[in-house]
Design a protein around this ligand. Structure first.
Ligand code: FEO
Length: 183
């Protein structure tokens, strides 16, 4: 008896999104390493924490595919972006990446609606909500750097942003706090 409750089309699409979340984790990781290397330790700390959050998103997708009786495929993760030119470029690319991710999430919502797979539609609502927070976070970063002078921001302004991000709260949890329902 076939106990797979996901269509091949949706399973494949969720699997692709799972890899996209892993790619996001790699992007944040590589930007964190760049920031640390540039001396922005606060920014690096923030980006390292966010990389962990993206990996939790990946795990949430993986567990959902398994829970619905399909088999996730662990695919190669594309290379992260090249190093940004400066902090303004870094935050700008993060914002663009989050908007792109929101579009991918919306595509999955559309697909689940077309198939009338309401379980997947419901599952995806968590990501719809999460993307609002992710975009807001990226917008805030961008606003901070713009106020500081964008790519021409001076050392003092950059120092203050770096200090602020070192303690800025985000949604990242330690591994032991993470569950499928609450990644
Ligand atoms: Fe998993 Fe930043 O979206």
């Amino acid at each position: 008896m076939n106990t797979n409750r996901l269509s091949d089309t949706l399973a494949h699409a969720i699997n692709s999104q799972m890899t996209k979340e892993a790619h996001a984790a790699q992007i944040y990781l590589s930007y964190a390493v760049w920031a640390d290397n540039e001396g922005y330790e606060g920014v690096a700390n923030f980006l390292f924490r966010h990389a962990a959050e993206e990996r939790n998103h990946m795990m949430k997708m993986l567990e959902y595919i398994m829970k619905r009786g399909a088999k996730p495929v662990i695919a190669p993760i594309p290379a992260p972006f090249a190093d940004p030119e400066n902090l303004a470029d870094c935050f700008g690319k993060i914002f663009a990446h989050e908007v792109d991710n929101t579009q991918a999430v919306y595509m999955l919502v559309n697909m689940s609606m077309e198939e009338k797979d309401w379980a997947t539609w419901n599952f995806m609502q968590w990501f719809v909500k999460e993307q609002i927070e992710e975009e807001t976070l990226a917008m805030d970063l961008l606003a901070k750097i713009k106020i500081a002078g964008g790519k021409n921001a001076n050392g003092d302004a950059l120092y203050n942003i770096d200090r602020e991000l070192a303690t800025m709260p985000d949604n990242a949890k330690s591994a032991e706090q993470v569950t499928t329902a609450n990644p």
